[in-house]
Design a protein around this ligand. Structure first.
Ligand code: AMP
Length: 262
């Protein structure tokens, strides 16, 4: 059986249902992942998701999906506007993001738990999430903040290449494909995301820096913040995060049956 959760409810919103739900967890863990673009949050989310069985809820993925997933007539006008912000490396306005999250609020009490990646990015979003979670009767377990020096972030983002077909991620230096420009997994063409181009990268980092500290302080005050150095290989960063979680929050139980990747 394919255990892959397609995250349809999250990615498409509306009435969309996931064809395979994450396995019900005895304790569904709920984490927020913070970190500058390029810090490797997506990869960490995948590893954490396998470990805890929690669903990877990325707001960036909602927007990327909207560029290709809408079968009829393309994205709705609000979404088109949001994509224009994204393609310039700018943050999508809070109001738009919050309405997308509200539409997907059932994902927040999913029995598998969740890993919010890319949301919240501003204090207004963090406050809105807090309210929404209280309404849903669920609590966050921890907020993991991944830290990496700026020059390493720029090197990671500008060398990143993504498969246009299956979305696999490569890097021109640290993870090159076997054949230049071609995806190892499906033979699709590797492209540079518009928002990974140098001008957009600079804007994205500026947007992150402006908002990151207040958001971190917000969670620090609530005793939820766990900082993780993200300079090493993904697996090492992942183990470091687990150690930090145990140090600060006690024992975290892995999923009884790990899901395959999302
Ligand atoms: P990410 O994949 O998380 O780096 O997100 C890609 C882009 O989507 C960002 O650069 C923003 O334009 C947009 N985006 C994703 N999440 C948010 C958010 N919570 N608030 C505003 N914009 C967002």
């Amino acid at each position: 059986m394919d255990l892959k959760n397609d995250r349809a409810a999250w990615l498409k919103g509306g009435n969309a249902r996931c064809s395979v739900l994450p396995q019900l967890q005895p304790h569904p863990y709920r984490f927020v992942l913070l970190g500058a673009p390029g810090v490797g949050k997506g990869t960490q989310a995948k590893l954490l998701s396998e470990h805890f069985g929690a669903c990877h809820l990325s707001t960036g993925d909602i927007f990327r999906c909207a560029t290709g997933c809408f079968e009829n007539g393309g994205p709705a006008p609000t979404m088109k506007l949001a994509l224009a912000y994204m393609n310039r490396g700018k943050l999508v306005p809070d109001e738009t993001v919050l309405s997308l999250i509200a539409e997907r609020s059932r994902c927040l009490h999913c029995g598998g738990g969740f890993l919010l990646d890319g949301f919240p990015r501003t204090v207004a979003q963090a406050e809105a999430l807090e309210k929404l979670l209280a309404q849903q009767g669920v609590r966050l377990d921890a907020v993991l903040s991944y830290e990496l020096p700026r020059r390493k972030i720029i090197a990671r983002l500008s060398g990143r290449r993504t498969c246009a077909k299956c979305k696999a991620v490569f890097h021109v230096e640290s993870l090159p494909p076997k054949i230049d420009g071609i995806c190892d997994n499906c033979g699709g063409q590797l492209v540079q995301r518009d928002d990974d181009r140098p001008a957009a990268v600079r804007t994205r980092l500026a947007a992150y820096n402006e908002n990151a500290d207040p958001v971190k302080k917000f969670y620090q005050r609530r005793n939820l913040l766990v900082s993780v150095e993200a300079v090493s290989m993904p697996q090492e960063t992942f183990l470091r995060a687990l150690e930090k979680l145990q140090e600060t929050h006690g024992e975290f139980q892995p999923s009884s049956r790990c899901l395959s990747t999302l």
